[in-house]
Write a protein that binds this ligand. Structure first.
Ligand SMILES: N[C@@H](CCC(=O)N[C@@H](CS)C(=O)NCC(=O)O)C(=O)O
Length: 207
């Protein structure tokens, strides 16, 4: 059994969607980050940087933090969603998510939606980064159905961030290939289930 310490955020949804896609049982432990539960002494033992999500694998008692590592752990353990034929395509787009899509869109949320007017410089900077990320995704998805050619952890990691398009002030219609890909993945039953693995159930944002 996999234990998932989580809260309804894009990073956490990456992991719950992957668990649903792999189709293994998992237990959810909510860590309310709006109430600073990530800073508890107990949780610090498995999350040295006090961030969610974290998994603990009952089979070997291993705990893993950082979604980049968690998703690689699960996809390697179950040998799913890493593609044999397109392994390096998957890895490049997976690491693009980990190093660019998540961090840039995450900062865009802070400056464009949660704290607007605090820093015109940061707003301009992250608006430009959002466009750059979307242009990059759109070009890739013009050529291929999925980021890693086959459906993989690259798509599963990226999709929950794109699902926050309203918060990073993006009109998906400006990126028709991303929109096609977003709608396609939104229909998957594992995605629908994994999206609401914890917290109040909400509808997947659609356009
Ligand atoms: N690089 C980390 C980022 C995790 C992260 O940013 N988690 C956020 C929620 S999406 C969090 O725990 N925020 C609470 C905090 O930073 O105190 C990962 O990919 O796991």
């Amino acid at each position: 059994m996999i234990n998932l310490y989580t809260w309804p955020t894009p990073n956490s949804r990456k992991v719950s969607i992957l668990l649903e896609e792999i189709d293994i049982p998992y237990k959810v432990f909510p860590i309310d980050i709006t109430n600073d539960e990530q800073f508890s002494k107990e949780f610090s033992k498995i999350s040295p940087s006090n961030k969610i999500p974290v998994i603990v694998d009952d089979e070997n008692n291993k705990s893993i933090f950082e979604t980049g590592a968690i998703m690689l752990y699960l996809s390697n353990k179950y040998n799913k969603f890493i593609s044999k034929d397109y392994y390096w395509d998957v890895m490049q787009w997976y690491f693009f998510q980990v190093s660019q899509v998540g961090p840039y869109l995450g900062q865009a949320h802070q400056f464009l939606s949660y704290h607007p007017g605090k820093s015109p410089y940061a707003e301009e900077k992250y608006k430009a980064y959002v466009k750059r990320v979307y242009n990059t995704l759109d070009e890739r998805l013009k050529k291929y159905q999925y980021l890693g050619i086959e459906y993989s952890i690259a798509d599963i990691a990226t999709w929950p961030w794109v699902a926050r398009f309203e918060i990073h002030k993006t009109n998906l219609e400006d990126y028709p290939n991303v929109l096609r890909w977003y709608r396609l993945i939104s229909k998957r039953s594992a995605v629908i289930k994994g999206f609401n693995a914890v917290g109040e159930k909400i509808a997947i944002p659609m356009i």
